[in-house]
Ligand binder design. Structure first.
Ligand SMILES: [Zn+2]
Ligand SMILES: [Zn+2]
Length: 375
Protein backbone atom coordinates (compact mmCIF):
# COMPACT_ATOMS: atom_id res chain seq x y z
CA UNK A 1 0.00 0.00 0.00
CA UNK A 2 1.01 3.60 -0.45
CA UNK A 3 1.24 5.76 2.68
CA UNK A 4 3.70 8.32 3.98
CA UNK A 5 6.60 8.37 6.37
CA UNK A 6 9.39 10.54 7.77
CA UNK A 7 12.59 9.37 6.08
CA UNK A 8 16.19 10.23 6.79
CA UNK A 9 18.31 10.02 3.63
CA UNK A 10 21.68 10.57 5.30
CA UNK A 11 23.61 11.85 8.30
CA UNK A 12 23.01 15.54 9.03
CA UNK A 13 19.82 15.77 6.96
CA UNK A 14 16.31 16.70 8.10
CA UNK A 15 13.42 14.26 8.29
CA UNK A 16 11.69 14.20 4.91
CA UNK A 17 7.98 13.36 4.92
CA UNK A 18 7.18 11.61 1.66
CA UNK A 19 5.30 8.79 0.02
CA UNK A 20 6.40 5.27 0.96
CA UNK A 21 5.43 1.83 -0.24
CA UNK A 22 4.53 -0.45 2.69
CA UNK A 23 4.41 -4.22 2.19
CA UNK A 24 1.63 -6.52 3.39
CA UNK A 25 2.31 -8.70 6.44
CA UNK A 26 4.19 -11.91 5.69
CA UNK A 27 4.75 -14.96 7.95
CA UNK A 28 4.39 -13.94 11.61
CA UNK A 29 3.71 -10.28 10.81
CA UNK A 30 0.90 -7.79 11.38
CA UNK A 31 0.02 -4.42 9.92
CA UNK A 32 -0.86 -1.72 12.44
CA UNK A 33 -2.62 1.60 11.89
CA UNK A 34 -0.85 3.88 14.33
CA UNK A 35 -2.54 6.42 16.59
CA UNK A 36 0.64 8.13 17.75
CA UNK A 37 4.41 8.01 17.88
CA UNK A 38 6.71 9.52 20.49
CA UNK A 39 9.67 11.67 19.41
CA UNK A 40 12.52 9.94 21.27
CA UNK A 41 16.09 11.19 21.45
CA UNK A 42 17.34 7.88 19.99
CA UNK A 43 16.00 8.85 16.54
CA UNK A 44 17.98 12.08 16.84
CA UNK A 45 21.10 9.89 17.21
CA UNK A 46 20.40 8.64 13.65
CA UNK A 47 20.44 12.24 12.40
CA UNK A 48 23.90 12.81 13.87
CA UNK A 49 25.26 9.38 12.91
CA UNK A 50 25.84 8.48 16.58
CA UNK A 51 23.90 5.25 16.10
CA UNK A 52 25.42 3.27 13.23
CA UNK A 53 22.83 1.79 10.85
CA UNK A 54 23.62 -0.56 7.96
CA UNK A 55 22.66 2.11 5.39
CA UNK A 56 20.37 5.07 4.73
CA UNK A 57 17.50 5.74 4.05
CA UNK A 58 15.97 5.05 7.44
CA UNK A 59 12.36 5.53 8.48
CA UNK A 60 12.42 6.79 12.06
CA UNK A 61 10.28 6.14 15.11
CA UNK A 62 10.15 3.33 17.65
CA UNK A 63 7.55 4.39 20.22
CA UNK A 64 4.11 3.75 18.78
CA UNK A 65 0.58 2.57 19.52
CA UNK A 66 -2.27 1.58 17.25
CA UNK A 67 -4.80 -0.93 16.00
CA UNK A 68 -4.01 -4.15 14.13
CA UNK A 69 -5.51 -3.87 10.64
CA UNK A 70 -4.06 -6.94 8.88
CA UNK A 71 -2.77 -10.27 10.18
CA UNK A 72 -0.28 -12.41 8.26
CA UNK A 73 -0.04 -16.22 8.29
CA UNK A 74 1.37 -17.88 11.41
CA UNK A 75 0.45 -15.08 13.80
CA UNK A 76 -0.75 -16.26 17.19
CA UNK A 77 -2.53 -14.25 19.87
CA UNK A 78 -3.27 -11.20 17.71
CA UNK A 79 -6.24 -10.39 15.50
CA UNK A 80 -7.67 -7.51 13.52
CA UNK A 81 -8.88 -4.74 15.81
CA UNK A 82 -6.49 -5.51 18.66
CA UNK A 83 -4.89 -2.51 20.33
CA UNK A 84 -1.11 -2.74 20.56
CA UNK A 85 1.97 -0.86 21.71
CA UNK A 86 5.24 -1.34 19.85
CA UNK A 87 8.27 -2.76 21.66
CA UNK A 88 11.54 -1.35 20.38
CA UNK A 89 13.19 -4.62 21.32
CA UNK A 90 11.37 -7.61 19.93
CA UNK A 91 10.72 -10.34 22.50
CA UNK A 92 10.42 -13.87 21.10
CA UNK A 93 10.06 -15.58 24.47
CA UNK A 94 12.17 -18.55 23.36
CA UNK A 95 15.81 -17.56 22.87
CA UNK A 96 18.31 -18.05 25.76
CA UNK A 97 18.00 -14.49 27.20
CA UNK A 98 14.17 -14.53 26.87
CA UNK A 99 13.91 -17.91 28.54
CA UNK A 100 16.03 -16.65 31.42
CA UNK A 101 13.60 -13.76 31.94
CA UNK A 102 15.70 -11.13 30.17
CA UNK A 103 13.37 -10.32 27.29
CA UNK A 104 14.94 -6.88 26.99
CA UNK A 105 18.01 -8.72 25.65
CA UNK A 106 16.13 -10.98 23.18
CA UNK A 107 18.39 -12.38 20.47
CA UNK A 108 16.01 -11.00 17.82
CA UNK A 109 17.48 -7.62 18.71
CA UNK A 110 20.61 -8.60 16.75
CA UNK A 111 19.24 -7.09 13.52
CA UNK A 112 17.84 -3.95 15.09
CA UNK A 113 20.25 -1.67 13.21
CA UNK A 114 20.42 -3.78 10.06
CA UNK A 115 16.67 -3.31 9.69
CA UNK A 116 16.06 -6.71 8.09
CA UNK A 117 12.63 -8.18 8.79
CA UNK A 118 12.65 -10.96 11.40
CA UNK A 119 10.58 -13.29 9.25
CA UNK A 120 12.59 -13.33 6.00
CA UNK A 121 15.45 -10.84 6.12
CA UNK A 122 13.93 -8.47 3.55
CA UNK A 123 12.47 -4.96 3.88
CA UNK A 124 8.81 -3.93 4.18
CA UNK A 125 9.30 -0.25 3.36
CA UNK A 126 10.49 1.30 0.11
CA UNK A 127 10.88 4.98 -0.75
CA UNK A 128 11.76 6.25 -4.23
CA UNK A 129 12.25 2.58 -5.18
CA UNK A 130 14.88 1.97 -2.48
CA UNK A 131 14.74 -0.35 0.54
CA UNK A 132 14.34 1.56 3.80
CA UNK A 133 15.58 0.50 7.25
CA UNK A 134 12.82 0.82 9.85
CA UNK A 135 14.21 2.21 13.14
CA UNK A 136 14.28 -0.66 15.67
CA UNK A 137 12.42 -2.84 13.12
CA UNK A 138 9.40 -0.52 13.59
CA UNK A 139 9.53 2.86 11.80
CA UNK A 140 6.64 4.49 13.64
CA UNK A 141 7.04 7.84 11.85
CA UNK A 142 4.34 6.61 9.50
CA UNK A 143 0.60 6.14 10.04
CA UNK A 144 1.04 2.44 9.16
CA UNK A 145 3.69 -0.18 10.00
CA UNK A 146 4.14 -3.82 9.00
CA UNK A 147 6.08 -5.55 11.76
CA UNK A 148 6.75 -8.93 13.33
CA UNK A 149 4.43 -10.13 16.11
CA UNK A 150 7.46 -10.19 18.43
CA UNK A 151 7.60 -6.37 18.12
CA UNK A 152 4.08 -5.58 19.36
CA UNK A 153 2.38 -6.05 22.71
CA UNK A 154 -1.39 -6.31 23.01
CA UNK A 155 -3.03 -3.92 25.47
CA UNK A 156 -6.52 -3.46 26.94
CA UNK A 157 -8.89 -1.68 24.52
CA UNK A 158 -10.13 0.84 27.11
CA UNK A 159 -6.71 2.47 27.53
CA UNK A 160 -6.47 5.78 25.60
CA UNK A 161 -4.58 4.62 22.55
CA UNK A 162 -2.64 7.82 21.80
CA UNK A 163 -1.01 8.11 25.20
CA UNK A 164 -0.22 4.38 25.36
CA UNK A 165 2.57 4.92 22.81
CA UNK A 166 4.73 6.42 25.55
CA UNK A 167 5.26 3.09 27.31
CA UNK A 168 6.85 1.68 24.14
CA UNK A 169 10.20 3.27 25.01
CA UNK A 170 10.78 6.31 27.22
CA UNK A 171 8.44 5.62 30.14
CA UNK A 172 9.37 1.98 30.56
CA UNK A 173 13.09 2.67 30.11
CA UNK A 174 13.08 5.35 32.81
CA UNK A 175 10.74 3.58 35.21
CA UNK A 176 12.63 0.28 35.03
CA UNK A 177 16.01 2.00 35.33
CA UNK A 178 14.88 3.10 38.79
CA UNK A 179 12.67 0.23 39.96
CA UNK A 180 14.50 -2.73 38.44
CA UNK A 181 18.07 -1.92 37.43
CA UNK A 182 18.90 0.59 40.18
CA UNK A 183 16.59 -1.44 42.44
CA UNK A 184 15.60 1.64 44.45
CA UNK A 185 14.46 0.69 47.97
CA UNK A 186 12.28 2.62 50.44
CA UNK A 187 14.24 5.32 52.21
CA UNK A 188 17.05 5.60 49.68
CA UNK A 189 18.63 8.72 48.27
CA UNK A 190 18.44 8.75 44.48
CA UNK A 191 19.98 11.10 41.91
CA UNK A 192 18.63 11.30 38.36
CA UNK A 193 20.89 13.04 35.82
CA UNK A 194 18.82 14.53 33.00
CA UNK A 195 15.04 15.08 33.11
CA UNK A 196 13.77 14.27 29.61
CA UNK A 197 11.37 11.63 28.32
CA UNK A 198 13.36 8.91 30.09
CA UNK A 199 14.63 10.78 33.16
CA UNK A 200 11.16 12.00 34.19
CA UNK A 201 10.09 8.38 34.43
CA UNK A 202 13.16 7.40 36.43
CA UNK A 203 11.88 10.13 38.77
CA UNK A 204 8.38 8.61 38.81
CA UNK A 205 9.84 5.11 39.34
CA UNK A 206 12.16 6.16 42.16
CA UNK A 207 9.33 8.01 43.91
CA UNK A 208 6.99 5.01 43.55
CA UNK A 209 9.70 2.70 44.93
CA UNK A 210 9.74 4.78 48.10
CA UNK A 211 12.92 6.83 47.72
CA UNK A 212 13.43 9.31 50.54
CA UNK A 213 14.85 11.88 48.17
CA UNK A 214 14.67 12.02 44.38
CA UNK A 215 17.27 14.60 43.38
CA UNK A 216 17.37 15.73 39.76
CA UNK A 217 20.14 17.42 37.81
CA UNK A 218 18.72 19.28 34.81
CA UNK A 219 19.99 22.49 33.14
CA UNK A 220 16.57 23.56 31.71
CA UNK A 221 14.48 25.49 34.28
CA UNK A 222 11.07 24.40 32.90
CA UNK A 223 12.12 20.75 33.08
CA UNK A 224 13.21 21.17 36.69
CA UNK A 225 9.68 22.44 37.48
CA UNK A 226 8.13 19.49 35.66
CA UNK A 227 10.41 17.10 37.56
CA UNK A 228 9.07 18.48 40.86
CA UNK A 229 5.50 17.84 39.62
CA UNK A 230 6.43 14.23 38.83
CA UNK A 231 7.97 13.31 42.18
CA UNK A 232 11.38 14.97 42.49
CA UNK A 233 12.14 16.31 45.96
CA UNK A 234 15.16 18.44 44.98
CA UNK A 235 16.36 19.87 41.66
CA UNK A 236 19.78 21.19 40.71
CA UNK A 237 20.94 23.07 37.65
CA UNK A 238 24.29 21.31 37.27
CA UNK A 239 26.50 18.57 38.71
CA UNK A 240 28.60 20.99 40.73
CA UNK A 241 25.60 22.33 42.61
CA UNK A 242 24.25 18.77 43.01
CA UNK A 243 27.49 17.43 44.45
CA UNK A 244 27.54 20.13 47.12
CA UNK A 245 23.84 19.80 48.03
CA UNK A 246 23.70 15.98 47.94
CA UNK A 247 26.71 15.93 50.24
CA UNK A 248 24.96 18.31 52.62
CA UNK A 249 21.55 16.59 52.52
CA UNK A 250 22.98 13.09 53.09
CA UNK A 251 25.54 14.12 55.71
CA UNK A 252 28.31 13.11 53.37
CA UNK A 253 26.99 9.63 52.58
CA UNK A 254 25.93 10.66 49.03
CA UNK A 255 23.32 8.85 46.91
CA UNK A 256 22.47 5.16 47.20
CA UNK A 257 21.59 5.11 43.51
CA UNK A 258 22.41 7.43 40.61
CA UNK A 259 20.76 7.05 37.21
CA UNK A 260 22.22 8.68 34.10
CA UNK A 261 19.38 9.53 31.72
CA UNK A 262 20.90 12.38 29.71
CA UNK A 263 19.96 12.26 26.02
CA UNK A 264 23.53 12.23 24.71
CA UNK A 265 25.82 10.66 27.33
CA UNK A 266 29.50 11.61 27.45
CA UNK A 267 32.39 9.73 29.06
CA UNK A 268 32.70 12.31 31.86
CA UNK A 269 29.11 11.69 32.95
CA UNK A 270 30.18 8.31 34.35
CA UNK A 271 32.65 9.84 36.78
CA UNK A 272 30.09 12.48 37.77
CA UNK A 273 27.57 9.75 38.55
CA UNK A 274 30.05 7.65 40.49
CA UNK A 275 31.15 10.68 42.53
CA UNK A 276 27.53 11.38 43.43
CA UNK A 277 27.10 7.74 44.50
CA UNK A 278 28.12 6.69 48.00
CA UNK A 279 29.87 3.59 49.34
CA UNK A 280 28.30 0.36 48.10
CA UNK A 281 25.95 2.34 45.86
CA UNK A 282 25.05 1.83 42.24
CA UNK A 283 25.30 4.05 39.17
CA UNK A 284 23.08 3.07 36.24
CA UNK A 285 23.90 4.05 32.65
CA UNK A 286 20.64 4.43 30.73
CA UNK A 287 21.34 7.37 28.40
CA UNK A 288 22.76 6.68 24.96
CA UNK A 289 25.83 8.25 23.42
CA UNK A 290 27.86 7.95 20.25
CA UNK A 291 28.57 4.29 19.42
CA UNK A 292 32.15 5.20 18.53
CA UNK A 293 32.82 6.79 21.92
CA UNK A 294 34.95 4.46 24.08
CA UNK A 295 36.47 7.03 26.44
CA UNK A 296 35.13 6.89 29.97
CA UNK A 297 36.45 8.75 32.98
CA UNK A 298 36.20 6.99 36.30
CA UNK A 299 38.23 6.61 39.47
CA UNK A 300 39.28 2.95 39.64
CA UNK A 301 40.45 3.62 43.18
CA UNK A 302 36.95 4.65 44.32
CA UNK A 303 35.27 1.92 42.29
CA UNK A 304 37.23 -0.75 44.16
CA UNK A 305 37.72 0.66 47.64
CA UNK A 306 34.19 2.02 47.98
CA UNK A 307 32.74 -1.05 46.25
CA UNK A 308 30.64 0.92 43.81
CA UNK A 309 28.57 -0.74 41.15
CA UNK A 310 28.40 0.53 37.55
CA UNK A 311 25.53 -1.00 35.57
CA UNK A 312 24.20 -0.54 32.01
CA UNK A 313 20.49 -0.78 31.26
CA UNK A 314 18.32 -1.27 28.19
CA UNK A 315 14.51 -0.94 28.29
CA UNK A 316 14.89 -0.43 32.03
CA UNK A 317 15.83 -4.11 32.40
CA UNK A 318 12.15 -4.98 31.92
CA UNK A 319 10.35 -7.51 29.74
CA UNK A 320 8.14 -5.62 27.24
CA UNK A 321 5.30 -8.15 27.41
CA UNK A 322 5.06 -7.87 31.19
CA UNK A 323 6.02 -4.23 31.72
CA UNK A 324 3.90 -2.51 29.04
CA UNK A 325 0.51 -3.77 30.34
CA UNK A 326 1.66 -3.35 33.95
CA UNK A 327 2.60 0.31 33.49
CA UNK A 328 -0.62 1.05 31.61
CA UNK A 329 -2.47 -0.51 34.56
CA UNK A 330 -0.67 1.84 36.94
CA UNK A 331 -1.67 4.74 34.66
CA UNK A 332 -5.31 3.68 34.77
CA UNK A 333 -5.20 3.62 38.57
CA UNK A 334 -3.65 7.09 38.68
CA UNK A 335 -0.30 5.85 40.00
CA UNK A 336 1.73 6.70 36.89
CA UNK A 337 1.48 10.03 35.09
CA UNK A 338 1.45 9.79 31.29
CA UNK A 339 -0.80 12.64 30.06
CA UNK A 340 1.53 15.16 31.71
CA UNK A 341 4.50 13.80 29.72
CA UNK A 342 3.08 14.46 26.24
CA UNK A 343 3.76 18.19 26.40
CA UNK A 344 3.25 18.98 22.68
CA UNK A 345 1.46 17.11 19.90
CA UNK A 346 2.56 17.50 16.29
CA UNK A 347 1.38 16.38 12.88
CA UNK A 348 3.82 14.18 10.94
CA UNK A 349 4.56 17.17 8.65
CA UNK A 350 5.82 19.11 11.68
CA UNK A 351 8.27 16.44 12.82
CA UNK A 352 11.35 18.61 12.28
CA UNK A 353 9.76 21.30 14.46
CA UNK A 354 9.17 18.60 17.08
CA UNK A 355 12.87 17.70 17.10
CA UNK A 356 13.89 21.36 17.19
CA UNK A 357 11.67 21.79 20.26
CA UNK A 358 13.37 18.75 21.84
CA UNK A 359 16.81 20.30 21.24
CA UNK A 360 15.53 23.55 22.75
CA UNK A 361 14.34 21.70 25.88
CA UNK A 362 10.70 22.68 25.33
CA UNK A 363 9.16 19.23 25.81
CA UNK A 364 9.20 16.28 28.16
CA UNK A 365 7.97 14.24 25.19
CA UNK A 366 6.81 15.56 21.84
CA UNK A 367 4.35 13.25 20.09
CA UNK A 368 3.20 12.83 16.53
CA UNK A 369 -0.51 12.15 16.53
CA UNK A 370 -1.94 10.66 13.34
CA UNK A 371 -5.26 11.76 11.89
CA UNK A 372 -7.28 10.63 8.88
CA UNK A 373 -5.56 13.39 6.88
CA UNK A 374 -2.26 11.49 7.27
CA UNK A 375 -3.70 8.26 5.97
ZN1 LIG B 1 13.43 5.59 22.46
ZN1 LIG C 1 14.04 -13.82 22.54
Amino acid sequence: MKTKGAILWGIGEEWSVEEIELGDPREGEVQVQLAASGLCHSDEHLVHGATPVAFYPVIGGHEGSGVVTKVGPGVTGLQEGDHVVTAFIPACGQCPPCSKGMQNLCDLGANLLAGTAISDGSYRVQAKGKDVIPMCLLGTFSPYITVHQASVVKIEPDIPLEIAALVGCGVTTGWGSATKVADVRPGENVVVMGAGGVGMNAVQGAAAAGAKRVMVIEPVARKREWAMDLGATHVFENAEEATEKVNELTWGRMADKTIITVGDIQGEDVQTALSLTGKGGRAVVTGMGNAANTDVKLSLFELTLLQKDLQGAIFGGLAPRAAIPELLGLYQEGQLKLDELATTKYSLEDINQGYQDMRDGKNIRGMVVYTDADR
